[in-house]
Design a protein around this ligand. Structure first.
Ligand code: BEZ
Ligand code: FE
Length: 289
């Protein structure tokens, strides 16, 4: 086709795809290009703006490596990661949320009642709950992969001062579906903003903060794997999470518990916590596959 116009170029693009094109690829790429062309027409995209966009993508590529996933971060701050996640949620069970770039596999086992806090002096946070199916039956043997920031707001993979698996643990729930461990209250933190995605946030007058949260991946045979987070209800960034990860059913109260009320047994810290502490309950509902 040589008589291209701003009006027909979109259809011409579609016609260039050969008959052997995978039907789903044809649908997805065809739609992407339709929207891309419509966007350029709608804003009357200039050469300078097109160049700025290309330079942005090049910078995102340059800064990305095995640990730095700038394109995932871009998807996160544009709300695309959360949109894709919500589109495929069944609407049943505990809501899922963003995985983020700081999960590392191979976390060490965290026994029931185990402790992630170590010798830190921050107040103890006791986290407990159950893992159940939609009928309320315990999901015995479910595996919880848990990770969070240290009190300095950094994940272990970002912080050379931390051990590889600091604030990471893998807990297998018992026949009663219960899980429980102690840790410190995670803190709110900023997503990496020293790259091109940070430039976009600043240009849009947006901050890079996420409300504090504990990450969970819950896995059990016969159930959909759940990637989720739990947020404290008093976090100042709850209604402005820069990666759109908050869902109503993931917001829980961190309760103040009086000195002397720490469980006398069942936790690694039983008998060792005399002062006041915090406690949060987070029950997980897994959906059958
Ligand atoms: C996180 O929660 O770890 C995270 C999620 C999305 C982008 C950056 C960090
Ligand atoms: Fe996180």
């Amino acid at each position: 086709m040589r008589n291209l116009t701003p009006e027909n170029i979109t259809e011409v693009f579609q016609s260039y795809m050969g008959p052997e094109t995978d039907p789903r690829l044809r649908e997805v790429l065809g739609s992407l290009v339709r929207h891309l062309h419509a966007f350029a027409r709608e804003v009357n995209l200039t050469h300078a703006e097109w160049n700025t966009g290309i330079a942005f993508l090049e910078r995102a590529g340059e800064i990305s490596d095995a640990e730095r996933h700038e394109f995932v971060l871009l998807s996160d701050v544009l709300g695309l990661s959360s949109l894709v996640d919500m589109l495929h949620s069944s609407g049943e069970g505990t809501s899922s949320s963003v995985l983020g770039p700081f999960h590392i596999s191979g976390s060490p086992p965290l026994p029931m009642g185990g402790d992630l806090r170590g010798d830190r002096s921050d107040p103890v946070l006791l986290v407990e709950g159950t893992v159940r199916d939609p009928q309320g039956n315990p999901v015995a043997g479910a595996e919880l992969d848990i990770w969070q920031t240290a009190p300095n707001g950094l994940y272990s993979s970002q912080d050379p001062e931390q051990e590889t698996y600091s604030f990471h643990g893998l807990q297998t729930v018992g026949a009663d579906g219960r899980y429980g461990f102690t840790t410190v209250r995670p803190v709110e933190y900023t997503v990496p903003s020293d790259g091109p995605v940070g430039d976009i946030l600043r240009a849009c007058g947006r901050h890079p903060w996420r409300p504090s949260h504990l990450h969970f991946i819950a896995k059990a045979p016969g159930f959909r794997t759940l990637v989720t987070e739990v947020f404290p209800e008093d976090d100042p960034y709850l209604d402005q999470d820069t990666v759109f990860g908050v869902r109503e059913d993931l917001v829980m109260r961190y309760e103040d518990r009086a000195a002397g009320s720490f469980p006398a047994e069942g936790f690694e810290l039983s008998g060792k916590v005399e002062g006041a502490f915090l406690a949060v309950r987070f029950d997980l509902v897994l959906v059958p596959e």
